[in-house]
Write a protein that binds this ligand. Structure first.
Ligand code: FEO
Length: 398
């Protein structure tokens, strides 16, 4: 049975939720599922905004057919060619061969790489600022390269003030019957997953996100319809505040995120002792064991907190594998403007501190605090002073 959500009298959500797939993009765990949003605007002409992932193909096609209810599909606007939104594009073209595909030149080039669209399907190539009138609604197209791929664009419905924002303002997590962010306690229940989504999907592209925010600031936006997560019809300031922080690589919270990679628990012990000292000094801390916490969560937490401590055992004369993976991921997502401290451990030679520092030095605005705590195998009485000294050095920066 079709499952459609009404956004306005003539704008319908025809997307679908997936709560079965374990990994989004083959990397990110999605314990709360994933929403693939698609919208159908019913005017003199009908317009479908994007399609969905192949995992929810059947539900989506049923939703589109029920909404059209026998009317032709005139246009399909494609904001983003990544397959979580385009995988069902060919099915739409097959079912509605009268459709005209609307997108930009780069997007059509990617489309040819991914699919073999029937050459008889009409295409309308649009450029920055061009518009399409479909009756009452006037759709203006705005390019948003690298939010999240080079071909991304967004559409602003000038008639209603609706921004179809592609990946921007999305999040991990299925929609469980609600469609608007103001129907749920977004800050309590969805901020963490929105941060994990943002930082891992577009965190690397902060300047490009800021360029889109600057363009959006010039629009009279009344509603935001992203490709994942909830529709925003009020309190945009909530999510935009976080987008401004994340895209500028500014922390949300003052406090210390400690991520450690420990083989037998001795590096963990040093990290615990540091955390206890910091707490005794009134500083908030969170801790993650890189062996069990997936790297994308550590990426997200690195964006959240002002101070980062990385602690790792030395393993095969390198950084312990799981911690190496986590730091590589943090660096790859362009973390900036953080105060960083390090703990290393090594039974033969402690090399992990120097190696972690080398990786993090590639990032802008990283300030290393205090002396790297260096442990030989296990924390001994004589090591406590250097752990306490590092805690004090961190405390001095608050
Ligand atoms: Fe939701 Fe970049 O795709």
């Amino acid at each position: 049975m079709h499952c459609i959500k009404k956004i306005t009298d003539n704008l319908l959500w025809v997307g679908a939720n997936d709560r079965r797939t374990a990994l989004f993009e083959g990397i990110y765990d999605i314990p709360d599922g994933m929403a693939y949003n698609s919208y159908l605007l019913m005017d003199e002409k009908t317009v479908l905004f994007d399609t969905v992932d192949k995992s929810v193909r059947s539900q989506f096609l049923e939703n589109v057919a029920a909404t059209l209810n026998g009317k032709p599909l005139d246009y399909m606007v494609i904001h983003h060619l990544e397959p979580d939104h385009s995988a069902t594009l060919e099915a739409i073209c097959t079912t509605y061969p009268e459709v005209t595909l609307v997108s930009n030149a780069k997007s059509f080039a990617f489309m040819a790489q991914f699919f073999d669209i029937d050459s008889k399907i009409k295409k309308l190539e649009v450029k920055e600022g061009e518009a399409l009138c479909i009756g009452v609604h006037n759709l203006k197209f705005v390019l948003a390269p690298m939010v999240h791929w080079p071909e991304v664009m967004v559409t602003f419905d000038e008639t209603t003030g609706t921004l179809f924002s592609a990946d921007a303002f999305g999040g991990f997590g299925a929609l469980n019957g609600a469609i608007f962010a103001d129907e749920v306690d977004w800050l309590r229940d969805y901020l963490d997953e929105s941060r994990r989504y943002y930082t891992n999907i577009v965190g690397k592209y902060g300047p490009q996100v800021q360029a889109l925010l600057a363009k959006a600031a010039g629009l009279d936006i009344k509603m935001i319809c992203p490709l994942h997560g909830f529709v925003w019809r009020k309190n945009f300031g909530e999510i935009i505040k976080y987008y401004k922080l994340w895209s500028a690589y500014e922390p949300e919270e003052q406090g210390v995120m400690i991520a450690y990679g420990s083989i037998y628990g001795n590096t963990e012990n040093a990290a615990e002792l540091l955390s206890c000292h910091l707490r005794d000094m009134g500083i908030r801390t969170v801790m993650f064991d890189a062996s069990v916490t997936p790297a994308p969560r550590i990426v997200a937490e690195s964006f959240k907190w002002s101070h980062l401590v990385f602690a790792a055992a030395t393993y095969n004369n390198s950084i312990f594998t799981k911690m190496d993976n986590a730091i590589t991921d943090v660096v790859a997502h362009n973390i900036q403007n953080r105060k960083v401290a390090l703990i290393e451990n090594g039974s033969w030679v402690a090399a992990s501190g120097k190696l972690m520092r080398q990786k993090l030095e590639a990032c802008k605005g990283i300030e290393f605090i205090g002396e790297t705590v260096s442990i030989k195998s296990a924390v001994k009485q004589e090591d406590l002073a250097q752990i306490k000294a590092l805690a004090q050095a961190i405390k001095n920066t608050f």
